[in-house]
Ligand binder design. Structure first.
Ligand code: GSH
Length: 258
């Protein structure tokens, strides 16, 4: 049995939900509400000691990290293949799936500034301390600490966006050279992983995805979003994308049960 612990439209959750949908695999939908910090509850940390989503549980065994989870799904359920047969294409697929994981840190800064800062400001100092004390990974704790102090500077956020836009420029080049997919002829895990990154920028900096500046990238975006799996994954209002609570709280640290 497959169970997916995820948080709907968060970047890494989308990557794994998309992979499972492309494969047509049934799984139990286990929603983890980040706005209640359920991801750092003692029970969830037993599955994922990093306190992040997603986690795939296969016959009782947790698999973590969206990049590794999608590789695992491909190994365990090879049909239909999302890893190209051609070895050069396969190397490019891995490059793009890895790049998505790498650039995610920069993207997360931008996401936090646009979508989370306000709600962190609204937590009481006592709740902020409890949240930080329960955050296990030191680097992540430091990033949340910066948010409790007002967030990253404009220069730091501009630098993060520059890094993301550099990657989009590279995608534009690759797709214009080969295409129609990032690996070349074959739709792959590389497309699934990068789509989630581009989607987040479409939400928080839509002006940066200018069709005249990125004609090939945007053509790739249209091809991806036309796929039935992507239409489900990126839709709002499904069972997998429930409405967020109105305010962020730390209640889920104490209340979440596996
Ligand atoms: N790709 C990495 C990163 C995971 C990650 O940062 N997930 C985000 C959502 S996209 C998360 O759980 N954020 C909650 C938090 O940082 O508190 C993985 O799958 O382990």
């Amino acid at each position: 049995m497959l169970e997916l612990y995820h948080s709907g439209l968060t970047t890494c959750s989308k990557q794994v939900r998309h992979c499972l949908r492309e494969k047509g695999l049934p799984y139990k939908n286990r929603y983890v509400e980040l706005w209640r910090y359920e991801n750092i509850s003692p029970d969830y940390l037993k599955l994922n000691p990093n306190g992040v989503v997603p986690t795939l549980v296969h016959d009782g065994t947790p698999i973590i990290n969206s990049f590794c989870i999608n590789e695992y799904i491909e190994d365990a359920f090879p049909e239909p293949p999302l890893r190209p047969a051609d070895l050069k294409e396969r190397a490019r697929m891995r490059y793009w799936a890895w790049t998505a994981d790498e650039i995610h840190l920069q993207l997360a800064r931008l996401t936090h500034a646009r979508m989370l800062q306000q709600s962190v400001n609204e937590l009481s100092p006592e709740d902020q301390k409890i949240m930080l004390d329960h955050t296990p990974v030191p680097d992540k704790r430091e990033r949340w600490r910066v948010l409790t102090k007002g967030g990253y500077s404009t220069e730091q956020l501009d630098a993060a966006l520059d890094n993301v836009m550099f990657v989009f420029g590279r995608m534009e080049q690759e797709i214009s050279r080969r295409g129609p997919w990032l690996a070349g002829a074959t739709f792959s895990l590389g497309d699934i992983s990068m789509l989630a990154i581009v989607h987040r920028i479409s939400e928080i900096h839509p002006g940066r995805l200018d069709r005249s500046a990125f004609p090939h990238l945007m053509g790739w975006w249209d091809r991806n979003m036309a796929r039935p799996a992507a239409q489900f994954v990126y839709a709002t209002g499904t069972d997998e994308v429930p409405k967020r609570p109105p305010k962020k709280s730390i209640a889920g640290i104490f209340e979440f049960r596996l």
